[in-house]
Design a protein. Structure first.
Length: 335
């Protein structure tokens, strides 16, 4: 990476680091960061919905510059074909932020099902679904450092929504945010079940944990997972290394490290189709339930479905009577 590019990226990081966005939405946070980067003149900020001539002709303008600068692209694409074309336009470099979730759409999170599948299958893309402004900020700062200071290839992708964070500020773990998983709600006693959530679905997961505690006496440990895909890729890479080096000490991964020390069932939830969460199944050494849009209802599972399926996972493990699952289905009018 040229020294001028790395220097520009470091200046961007310095300009953005003082900002605090813990309780703001990811969309508001990214827009605020974009304004800061534009003022710094150390980055290219492309607003895909803008009508300005400069942005409309940005590929030509971009090509005339011989030195690379950090690129933040704000857009609203709904299909994998659109995102593929956009990423090709940027030479698959930069931080691409999609606010399609805030637009009216028949699709989960405003995107056709092909889009998250393309994201998870594209090795050059590191996709994130932040739940809070703090997560969005941590991911953008990590992207600036990884892509433009360290010079790693590829691009970052963030799905943005405009809902304020439900995460308590003291629960924030910036390193865990970037790695793809961190704890946001730990019960006082040992957890009977572990609930994972990403993006806007995390709020429903937190409410489901409260339902389990208040109405069923079940303790739940809640984790925010800004990137199921990053977790799955790291876990798969560790397993491949272990297969090829049978005599060396086994490598772990962030997912296994977070879930170590407990056999409690894991319920993982996303607002995207369930296939996004299914990536984790092979790397979780306990009962695992993946939930997404279409799993039990057209939209992402609500708090009642999450609570019921957590109860069912416990019943399947023999920890409670199946009648309690039946009672929960009736109480929440799910049948």
């Amino acid at each position: 990476m040229p020294a001028s590019t790395a220097n520009a990226a470091q200046l961007c990081i310095d300009a953005l680091t003082p900002c605090a966005h813990a309780r703001n939405s990811p969309l508001y946070t990214i827009m605020t960061m974009a304004n800061t980067l534009e003022s710094s003149r150390q980055a290219w900020v492309i607003r895909g919905q803008s009508r300005s001539r400069r942005v409309g002709n940005w590929p030509t303008w971009f090509a005339r510059n011989t030195g690379e600068k950090p690129l933040l692209y704000l857009h609203s694409v709904t299909s994998s074909a659109q995102l593929c074309a956009l990423s090709d336009q940027t030479a698959q470099r930069g931080i691409l932020c999609n606010d399609s979730e805030t637009q009216p759409s028949p699709w989960p999170k405003g995107a056709q099902p092909s889009l998250p599948l393309w994201l998870s299958a594209n090795p050059r893309c590191t996709p994130y679904d932040p739940a809070s402004g703090e997560e969005a900020q941590a991911i953008v700062l990590a992207g600036l450092r990884t892509l433009y200071v360290d010079g790693s290839p590829g691009f970052y992708y963030l799905a943005l929504h405009d809902q304020e964070s439900a995460i308590a500020p003291q629960a924030l773990d910036r390193e865990g945010m970037v790695k793809g998983m961190y704890s946001v709600r730990r019960p006082g006693a040992g957890a009977a079940v572990r609930l994972l959530g990403a993006g806007r679905a995390l709020e429903e997961v937190i409410h489901a944990a409260q339902l389990l505690e208040d109405e069923w006496g079940i303790a739940a440990h809640v984790w925010s997972c800004p990137s199921y895909t990053r977790l799955a890729r790291e876990a798969a890479a560790a397993e491949r290394w272990n297969r090829l080096h049978p005599r060396a000490p086994r490598r772990s991964c962030h997912l296994r490290d977070c879930l170590a020390g407990s056999r409690a069932p894991v319920v993982a939830v996303t607002g995207y189709p369930q296939a996004v969460v299914d990536q984790l199944a092979a790397h979780v050494d306990t009962r695992f339930v993946a939930l997404g849009a279409g799993s039990v209802q057209a939209a992402a599972p609500n708090r009642y479905w999450i609570a019921v399926l957590a109860l069912k996972a416990l019943a399947d493990e023999g920890h409670l009577d199946t009648q309690r699952v039946e009672n929960a289905l009736q109480r929440y009018h799910l049948k």
